[in-house]
Design a protein around this ligand. Structure first.
Ligand code: CO
Length: 297
């Protein structure tokens, strides 16, 4: 399935570069002038509350790199289909890149707004690779997600510590809810918890769809005799997972499970991208890509 997807992407990109390069036109083509652009690629969200996060990123990228046009794409087809039913049309990365080629962008910095380099990021890598092969852009650079290098990890630790509600005391736990994945990059969540705990032993990181699971965190919290916990999403947006899996009323929500265990829970419904501390890390990654673009004439 994956192979056919890549194959389709390449065919589509090749087809698009054929039309956009006007290779059937007669006469000599003029050299296309340099035109830089930024493509921001998020998983996407259909939740209205998530728009705060996306607007914040958009604003900060434009303020930091003024004069460079910014485009958006969502990697999640489910989210795009859902939004299309409401009359909101978001591009896939493939479509967004094809459109940018058609608009004669020559140098593009694609920035992943994902948290870890999981399946979505690797799909994006393949798409970027396919577009590179067609030669439609002079330079196409992909920026890493939030947590990639060790330097990123240290900045994320600082961002988490800086954005924990001020009224939390050190005896209270902070329980972060990451998304989690079957992808090998899931190991980043436990790595993050390790690095956070070197600094603050009562900060925990779990995931909805991977390891560490809530049952393990529950056990660790009880071992440490935690009485109160702040539940905070570790996702760019406080969307469906934060509202339901983390803070929902259902028996299997993290709030219900920990409350049942005798821990007072304080849910915080804010995504990481609502805070400048996290957004700055993605914005810096865009800057690194722009630097690479500048090296290519
Ligand atoms: Co999900």
């Amino acid at each position: 399935m994956m192979v056919s997807r890549i194959y389709r992407t390449i065919l589509f990109a090749a087809w698009f570069s054929l039309i956009s390069s006007n290779c059937f036109a007669s006469g000599a083509e003029k050299e296309i002038p340099r035109k830089e652009g930024i493509l921001l690629v998020a998983f996407g969200s259909s939740e209205k509350s998530a728009q705060v996060s996306f607007k914040n990123i958009d604003k900060r990228v434009k303020a930091t790199y003024p004069g460079i046009p910014v485009r958006w794409a969502y990697t999640s087809r489910i989210i795009r289909d859902k939004l299309a039913k409401q009359g909101k049309y978001l591009d896939s990365p493939e479509t967004a890149m094809a459109k940018m080629q058609d608009e004669q962008f020559t140098h593009v910095a694609v920035q992943s707004l994902h948290t870890i380099g999981g399946a979505e990021f690797h799909d994006l890598r393949r798409t970027v690779g396919a577009f590179r092969m067609t030669g439609g852009f002079k330079s196409l650079v992909l920026g890493y997600p939030l947590m990639s290098t060790q330097e990123d990890m240290e900045k994320v630790v600082e961002a988490i510590e800086a954005t924990i509600p001020a009224k939390r005391s050190k005896e209270d736990a902070v329980v972060l809810m990451g998304h989690g994945t079957h992808h090998p990059a899931n190991a980043f969540y436990a790595a993050l918890m390790f690095q956070l705990q070197l600094d603050d032993p009562n900060i925990f990181v779990g995931t909805v769809e991977g390891y560490p699971e809530i049952d393990l965190l529950n056990k660790l919290l009880l071992e440490k005799k935690i009485k109160k916990a702040y539940l905070i999403p570790f996702m760019s947006v406080a969307g469906d997972h934060a509202k339901n899996d983390m803070a929902g009323a259902e028996d299997d929500s993290w709030l219900s499970i920990l409350t049942e265990a005798g821990i007072e829970c304080v849910p915080v419904l804010k995504g990481t991208a609502e805070f400048g501390e996290f957004v700055d890390i993605w914005v810096e990654h865009v800057g690194e890509s722009l630097k690479k673009l500048a090296e290519n004439s």
